[in-house]
Design a protein around this ligand. Structure first.
Ligand SMILES: Nc1ncnc2c1ncn2[C@@H]1O[C@H](COP(=O)(O)OP(=O)(O)O)[C@@H](O)[C@H]1O
Ligand SMILES: [Mg+2]
Length: 223
């Protein structure tokens, strides 16, 4: 269970004081997905970063399985990110000089999954994402849809409890985007992963009951 409790976060920049998030609260159960909707600048990325322990909020809490991750030490936050969280970004977050298999190896190495277990996991991931035989391909040789599937495979390779996706379909056409989202929802459901997806694609919002609409860092309605 993931609980976001009265989360607030501001930035100070050349534009002055910016309230990126104000008093955000919601919760998501294991195996469920939630969509963060809102225009550019509404606070979606900041919220994902707070959930993924990349940013520390000013106030409020992100509680995962009873632990407030905002109060963990930097070392504990690093371990939380490495073991419990998978990230998918808009596009292009594969390392271009590494093959598909080497890109998938990365989170597995960090989580001490090596040797034949690693080999088996890579094969299993490629089969799941209909990319068997792509081990030696370089990211530049993949289509947009294929590289987002590999980015997604890499994000879940170590079986994280939380999958955070920041506009993962923004670079895809609508049929590829929809396919990727369906895959994400169904895998998370079967593995009990909590899925939080930021998007401003109206079509994708219809895929879940739980849409959190953000406007200027505030929640517009509760699920
Ligand atoms: N590191 C930062 N420094 C200053 N302002 C920031 C920073 N990150 C985000 N912001 C501001 O916070 C607000 C929310 O941004 P963001 O979370 O990126 O929104 P979204 O992902 O919905 O586009 C915006 O006004 C943005 O300019
Ligand atoms: Mg963003």
């Amino acid at each position: 269970m993931l609980e976001i409790q009265a989360l607030s976060k501001h930035f100070v920049s050349g534009r002055g004081h910016i309230s990126a998030l104000t008093d955000i609260s919601f919760s998501v159960e294991q195996g469920k997905g939630v969509i963060l909707a809102g225009r550019s600048g509404s606070g979606k990325t900041t919220l994902l970063n707070c959930i993924g322990a990349l940013e520390v909020p000013d106030s409020g809490a992100v509680v995962y399985n009873g632990v407030n991750i905002c109060t963990l030490s930097p070392r504990q936050r690093t371990l939380f990110r490495r073991c419990e969280v998978g990230f998918v970004f808009q596009a292009g977050n594969l390392l271009p000089w590494l093959t598909v298999a080497e890109n998938l190896q990365f989170p597995l190495e960090l989580n001490d999954i090596r040797g034949t277990a690693q080999q088996r996991r890579i094969e299993e991931l490629l089969a799941t994402f209909s990319l068997a035989g792509y081990e030696q391909a370089l990211p530049a040789e993949l289509s947009g849809g294929e590289s987002q599937r590999i980015a997604f495979a890499r994000a879940i390779a170590h079986q994280p409890a939380l999958l955070l996706a920041d506009e993962p379909t923004a670079s895809l056409d609508s049929s590829n985007g929809r396919q990727l989202m369906e895959l994400m929802f169904s895998l998370c459901r079967t593995q009990g992963t909590i899925l939080v997806i930021a998007t401003h694609d109206q079509e994708l919002m219809a895929m879940t009951d739980t849409v959190m609409a953000l406007k200027d860092g505030r929640m517009e309605k509760k699920p």
